[in-house]
Design a protein around this ligand. Structure first.
Ligand code: PAF
Length: 292
């Protein structure tokens, strides 16, 4: 075990045995455990999830693990931004007590042969274009929940479809003793949703990326102007994305936030999800739509 000291001590464990011993020590000290699964490259959005995990004095455990199965052959895991020392220092400032940063073989040993495929919210949007992505996410999240056995787990609303998939998986696989907490999207001052992928943007692309925020606002403004047809509202959002020359829109689609079924009216809870490529980065964002 290495100990990193910054604002507060943050213990790093790399094996399941070390993790179990460290969690056992927290439990013996009467602590409840709040868990934040991450792939690192921390920004204020991650730190805000860690603070949510710490509510009511929970000891915060963070996993730092880029899970190979959730990346397709065209999405290079090795290109994901990585700086463990920086992440550990930031985690310490957010009050994290324990970081689980295992090597891949610790999570996926030889002969590993189980995959969790979640039906329902995986059928549309990200699930339609990245068929194995959510199976990778569901499998690693289930494994991490079994390893950490937290009282609370925290995910970010920024990855709204991941939230819906994890919610479905936790319900189907009886993780009902774990409280699922969703942290709101954390935005830069100009409205861009914080994302580890924003570091790939040039200054011009960083400006262009604001089209996603503008698309969400345009949709809500269209509703406020009296339009209730989901397809017309989606078109209003899509045309904002298309109007930005550096932006290649992928989708602007209104779905139910739990099922991710495409909405055919706004009577049900409605979530507008947008995805677009800006230069080298594929960015996503989302917003609940409200009827006046
Ligand atoms: O959102 C992420 O960072 C990842 O998908 C997660 C939940 C850590 C699983 O690898």
């Amino acid at each position: 075990m290495d100990t990193i000291t910054d604002t507060r001590p943050c213990t790093v464990v790399r094996t399941r045995d070390e993790l179990r011993a460290a969690i056992g020590a927290l439990r013996s000290a009467g602590r409840q455990v709040g868990f934040v699964p991450t792939m690192g490259a921390f920004h204020d959005g991650h730190l805000s999830l860690m603070r949510h995990a710490a509510a009511d004095g929970h000891a915060v455990v963070v996993s730092l693990f880029g899970s190979p199965p959730q990346f397709s052959p065209t999405e290079d895991l090795s290109a994901y931004p990585r700086d463990e020392q920086r992440d550990l220092a930031l985690a310490a400032t957010a009050g994290v007590e324990l970081v689980f940063a295992p090597p891949a073989h610790e999570v996926y040993p030889d002969r590993f042969g189980t995959t969790i495929r979640v039906d329902g919210p995986t059928r549309t949007l990200e699930g339609a274009t990245r068929p194995d992505h959510f199976a990778g996410v569901a499998t690693v999240v289930a494994k991490l929940l079994n390893m950490v056995r937290p009282d609370r787990v925290v995910f970010g609303q920024k990855d709204a479809q991941q939230v819906a998939v994890v919610r479905r998986m936790m319900c189907d696989l009886d993780f009902d003793d774990v409280e699922l907490v969703i942290g709101p999207i954390v935005r830069e001052a100009d409205g861009l949703a914080m994302s580890s992928r924003n570091v790939y943007l040039s200054p011009q692309e960083r400006v262009a990326a604001l089209a996603l925020r503008r698309a969400l606002d345009a949709a809500q403004a269209t509703i406020d102007g009296g339009e209730h047809d989901p397809r017309k509202i989606e078109r209003a959002a899509h045309s904002v994305l298309s109007a930005e020359p550096r932006c290649t829109p992928d989708y602007a689609t209104i779905v139910h936030p739990d099922t991710f079924v495409v909405a055919d009216n706004l009577a049900e809870p409605s979530l507008l999800c947008v995805a677009a490529r800006i230069g080298p980065a594929r960015l996503i964002d989302n917003q609940r739509l409200t009827l006046a």
